[in-house]
Design a protein around this ligand. Structure first.
Ligand code: NI
Length: 208
């Protein structure tokens, strides 16, 4: 685990603030918390949570990264079944993969995906979203650009809309996409906080 943490720290040192080492740590903590009530193979859950962004197409050459990670996990003493389980979990957990209808399923998959989605909403979700928008040089809001529903992965990737739109196009949808009862419960408070934030944002924007 120590070697694995070192690898994750090193690989994610190139990532933006929302996908850095501390994101990996928070997702691991969320995942272990959910697993506390939902069960599952803790080794697979913890490993997948820590490495989940090492194959992110926004950050890395996915195929190359997947091969490298697989070799690393095989050498770390994880069983071949656990290695392919981890690889499957992290290959299928993104929002865009789900829009695409691509699928993999296991209890461990649901837990790690919920854990990652929890970190995308609430106060931390808000901080990450504005941080990412700034990283991409996007305006945080432009009232002339309407919110749109995203229906395909292509659609989602080609979006260059302001940061506030991202709440309506993705973040507010995540609560109902949670896959474990515990994840759903944990998402509620964070969802509510985003709604309060947006209400206040527009109140101030409109000079009320
Ligand atoms: Ni993530």
């Amino acid at each position: 685990m120590e070697e694995l943490e070192k690898l994750v720290r090193e690989k994610l040192s190139v990532a933006d603030a929302g996908h850095d080492w501390w994101h990996a740590v928070r997702v691991r903590d969320n995942a272990l918390k959910i697993a506390g009530t939902e069960g599952g193979n803790l080794k697979v859950i913890e490993t997948a949570a820590l490495v989940h962004d090492l194959v992110d197409e926004k950050l890395f050459d996915t195929e190359k990264a997947r091969k490298e990670l697989k070799a690393f996990l095989q050498e770390s003493g994880l069983s071949p079944e656990d290695v392919s389980h981890v690889i499957n979990i992290i290959s299928y957990m993104s929002f865009s993969k789900e829009l695409d209808g691509a699928g993999f399923d296991s209890l461990e998959f649901r837990i790690v995906q919920d854990a990652d989605r929890l970190d995308a909403i609430g106060a931390i979700g808000i901080a990450r979203t504005f941080s990412y928008g700034a990283h991409k040089g996007r305006p945080f809001y432009d009232p002339e650009i309407p919110f749109e529903e995203v229906t395909t992965k292509q659609d989602y990737r080609n979006r260059e809309t302001p940061t506030i739109n991202h709440f309506y196009e993705k973040l507010l949808l995540l609560k109902d996409m949670m896959k474990t009862p515990t994840g759903r419960k944990l998402a509620e408070e964070r969802h509510l906080f985003m709604e309060q934030f947006l209400a206040q944002f527009f109140k101030e924007w409109n000079g009320e």
